[in-house]
Design a protein around this ligand. Structure first.
Ligand SMILES: Nc1ncnc2c1ncn2[C@@H]1O[C@H](COP(=O)(O)OP(=O)(O)O)[C@@H](O)[C@H]1O
Ligand SMILES: O=P(O)(O)OC[C@H](O)CO
Length: 505
């Protein structure tokens, strides 16, 4: 009998459900996009109920796909969840209904609040405890904004019926049926992104909660449980997979590291999705960055938690979506690549894609998206190319910071995510970082990571050694093709563009 594992991948722009076999091959899948809500400049929301219904629709679609291919859904042993991180959901514990739209990780409405928080006594101690620099990015300021601005959220808090969760805990709660089962849990890779979790204990920290003036007697926080466990995440209660246990949970970037089998210290992966996130495995002790990176939990299966250094880039594929949807520059990302490949170089154009300010390693919040170097010579292709290059420049800046923090230069970069489909982008990446870029054949590594977390819990795989042959054949390696001098010239120009556009807001 072929054992199968399902994986829910709830990303920033789309939800997916994939079904994997024991060889780590996807045998059925379904994907759907959902609505992006931009109520004001810099604001970004999702409808929490649509997130749930999109996941349920994907499960139904993938099961249909499996059956059409002759598979048997009774072979599905467990389901794992992976998700966009930091995005903040609040709901009423009595009804199980959301009290506001989810505030998405990219949202910058809290920038003034963050500036104010940085003046509070105790601010200097935060990063050492939770691993993250304070910015608009983690969940904490989003929750504070909701408490301050949405009366029904504040009322629920005062009456002790306010539940907070990131997308993983919201999905687990709803897929278990809501208030009846009341399964309100999160794993450390997600909980570590709230700024409420102590990185070493993998539990909530009173010093952090006190800093944010949050009262645990009034606020229901998800219980933090391991990323892979047979009996903490409950089970699906509705749909064709009713009764199947949820046994794995990982934030999407951790899931991609697991899916790339980055289990040894020194292994790294870079995922080019809506944003782009480089995670570097540092082993069983967290490394607090001195150079603008984040310390985070890579995964916590059994034994001890494993930590990572992270470089977070807010805008990657979303820059292409912007050119397509907002500017009608092209009809899809394939056409953006054609435009970009149709010109010799960027023609002097640099696109600082700071739609949410600039994240790692810069952490500049007074910068907005800026196009520099435009003349009458500029064509669509130059702008398309500059959009593809922006994420590569930021990755180079992150790798430089990572080398300073870890003391070790990376030898090769494993990549995945939607934007890694772009040949031009991956070649540019290799050129700019002067090391090979290694793209696997099967690029649904995020979903694979969730399946691995779930499968380990129910012994579809007994240990990580059994994963070694998964997704090893048929990848592409991009070797650097330009000299280090040329790449350094390009990078200097980028950094000049970053500092030129800063301070505009
Ligand atoms: N061929 C391509 N070239 C460049 N970018 C692409 C390509 N295909 C998809 N993308 C980009 O990848 C992103 C989606 O990647 P995905 O990993 O699914 O993201 P997420 O998990 O954040 O929803 C989109 O923003 C899209 O612009
Ligand atoms: O949607 P992605 O894949 O860009 O990932 C979002 C991240 O989890 C945000 O931290």
């Amino acid at each position: 009998m072929t054992e199968l594992i399902g994986a829910i991948d709830q990303g920033t722009t789309s939800s997916r459900f994939l079904i994997f076999n024991r060889q780590g091959e996807p045998v059925a899948e379904h994907q759907t996009e959902f609505k992006q809500i931009y109520p004001n400049s810099g604001w970004h929301e999702h409808d929490p109920l649509e997130l749930v219904s999109s996941v349920e629709g994907c499960i139904a679609g993938a099961v249909k796909d499996l059956e059409q291919k002759g598979g048997d859904l009774r072979n599905i042993k467990a389901v794992g969840i992976t998700n966009q991180r930091e995005t903040t959901v609040v709901w009423d514990t009595r009804t199980g209904e959301p009290l506001h739209n989810a505030i998405v990780w990219t949202d910058t409405r809290t920038s003034a609040l963050v500036r104010e928080l940085k003046t509070r006594p105790g601010f200097d101690a935060l990063q050492e405890i939770c691993g993250l620099p304070l910015s608009t990015y983690p969940s904490c300021s989003k929750l504070l904004w909701l408490l301050e601005h949405i009366p029904k959220v504040k009322a629920a808090y005062n009456e002790g019926r306010l539940a907070f969760g990131t997308v993983d805990s919201w999905l687990v709660y709803k897929l278990n049926g809501g208030p009846q089962a009341n399964v309100h849990v999160s794993d450390p890779t997600n909980a570590s992104r709230s700024m409420f979790m102590n990185l070493k204990t993998c539990d909530y920290d009173n010093q952090l909660l006190d800093f944010f003036k949050l009262d645990r007697n009034k606020l229901h926080l998800p219980k933090i449980v391991r990323s892979s466990c047979p009996d903490s995440y409950g089970k699906l209660v509705g749909g064709t997979l009713a009764g199947i246990p949820i046994t794995g949970c990982l934030g999407d970037q951790s899931a991609a590291l697991v899916g790339q089998k980055g289990f040894e210290p020194g292994r790294a992966k870079n995922t080019y999705g809506t944003g782009c996130f480089l995670l570097y495995n540092v082993g069983e002790a967290p490394v607090i960055s001195k150079h603008g990176l984040l310390a985070t939990v890579a995964y916590y299966f059994d034994g001890k938690p494993v930590y990572a250094l992270e470089g977070s880039i807010a805008v990657a594929g979303s820059a292409l979506k912007f050119l397509i949807n907002n500017l009608s520059l092209a009809k899809d990302s394939r056409e953006i690549n054609e435009l970009a490949a149709g010109v010799e170089d960027n023609g002097g154009v640099v696109f600082v894609t700071a739609f949410s300010g600039l994240f790692a390693p810069y952490w500049i919040d007074d910068v907005k998206g800026t196009l520099l170097g435009i003349t009458q010579f500029t064509q669509k292709g130059h702008i398309a190319r500059a959009a593809l290059e922006a994420v590569c420049f930021q990755t180079k800046a992150i790798l430089d910071a990572m080398e300073k923090d870890s003391g070790h230069p990376l030898q090769r970069l494993a990549v995945d995510g939607g934007m890694s489909n772009s040949e031009l982008c991956m070649q540019t990446q290799a050129d700019l970082i002067s090391i090979p870029v290694d793209r696997p054949k099967m690029r649904e590594t995020t979903a694979l990571g969730a399946a691995i977390a779930a499968g380990l819990a129910v012994k579809v795989w007994n240990n990580i050694d059994e994963l070694k042959d998964i997704n090893t054949i048929g990848g592409t390696i991009y070797e650097p093709k330009i000299t280090k001098e040329d790449s350094s010239k390009m990078f200097t120009r980028w950094e000049k563009a970053v500092y030129t556009s800063s301070g505009f807001v």
